[in-house]
Design a protein around this ligand. Structure first.
Ligand SMILES: Cc1cc2nc3c(=O)[nH]c(=O)nc-3n(C[C@H](O)[C@H](O)[C@H](O)COP(=O)(O)OP(=O)(O)OC[C@H]3O[C@@H](n4cnc5c(N)ncnc54)[C@H](O)[C@@H]3O)c2cc1C
Ligand code: FES
Length: 271
């Protein structure tokens, strides 16, 4: 049974920096470290508005970064913040990505998934890993964190866009498959992004008999296993506790993975 800890009470912290990554996503640097590992998330609170989950895009022990796409009321309110404004932060929550030192990793991201994957790649390189950073987006404008990933040691960046405006024309998973058909060998696949993309990654991992983890995001309120908002159907598994990062085989056992999710009042929403 989860219990409340000091991490479950929001700490009010200053916004130290705001950077526009592309026309839709801003990265916020907050004056706090929550000691997060790649794959974990925090709950961000704007007083008198709401509290929402966001993946940790970086935590260096002094400052926390989160990359937020403006999609609705809360995320737009975040985009309206100015340096010096304050937000509440609690966490970190959820399970991080797991891998061994010195492995050769394929990290595969779509959409804002590239943000936690940059954090993952950065840590993995420090642990002696070699990284294939495989990102996809609708078009060039939607790509995230490419330059930063390109500056990491021992990291090869592979880009795919649906319209061919940057890199390979098409999806990123067929690009990775092509590289593997041409001889690329990796020890493990780690992925964050749209569920259809993660299923394609999982299929590729099964084909090559490789370990694989995916990040399953569901509507979250408490973040630590109490409210029941984020459970997946039938198994009743709370994704905030058992995920968001989990083995791809466990994710595939959930009937709703890749098919639908539920909104704030539990209505089914097709992906
Ligand atoms: C573990 C996790 C990590 C996430 N990491 C990021 C991230 O790094 N960057 C980012 O931009 N977004 C991230 N999200 C999604 C983010 O929480 C939603 O985009 C945000 O809450 C939207 O709120 P809104 O009021 O702006 O939009 P709304 O209009 O309320 O919602 C737009 C869509 O966002 C999703 N959403 C809304 N509220 C929640 C909620 N409480 N929990 C989960 N999904 C919700 C729903 O799919 C909804 O259809 C993450 C979600 C989860 C669960
Ligand atoms: S968000 Fe409350 S149980 Fe998972």
């Amino acid at each position: 049974m989860p219990c409340q800890s000091k991490n479950d009470i929001p700490k009010t912290v200053k916004v130290l920096d705001i950077k526009s990554e592309n026309p839709f996503v801003k990265t916020f640097t907050l004056d706090i470290s929550v000691g997060a590992q790649p794959g974990q998330f925090v709950m961000i609170w704007i007083p008198r508005l709401n509290e929402k989950p966001f993946s940790v895009a970086f935590d260096d022990g002094n400052e926390l970064k989160i990359a937020i796409a403006a999609v609705g009321e809360f995320s737009n309110a975040m985009h309206d913040l100015k340096v010096g404004d304050k937000v509440g932060v609690r966490g970190p929550y959820g399970k991080p990505f797991e891998y061994e030192d010195s492995e050769h990793l394929a990290v595969i991201g779509g959409g804002y998934g590239a943000a936690p994957l940059y954090f993952l790649a950065h840590e993995a390189v420090e642990r002696g890993c070699k990284v294939e950073f495989v990102v996809g987006a609708r078009n060039k404008e939607n790509l995230l964190f490419l330059n930063r990933a390109g500056m990491l040691a021992d990291t090869n960046v592979h880009v795919a866009t649906d319209d061919g405006s940057e890199g390979h024309k098409g999806y990123n998973v067929p690009l990775l498959e092509k590289l593997m058909d041409e001889g690329l060998k990796v020890d493990r696949m780690l992925t964050v992004g749209p569920e259809m993309m993660m299923i394609a990654v999982s299929d590729l991992a099964l084909k090559h008999d490789l370990p694989c983890q995916v990040s399953v995001e569901r509507y979250m309120k408490c973040g630590f296993g109490v409210c029941g908002q984020c459970v997946v159907d039938e198994s009743g598994m709370p994704t905030c506790l058992k995920g968001p990062v989990m083995d791809h085989k466990l994710a595939r056992e959930q009937v709703e993975f890749g098919k639908y999710h539920r909104d704030r009042v539990g209505r089914k929403q097709e992906w």
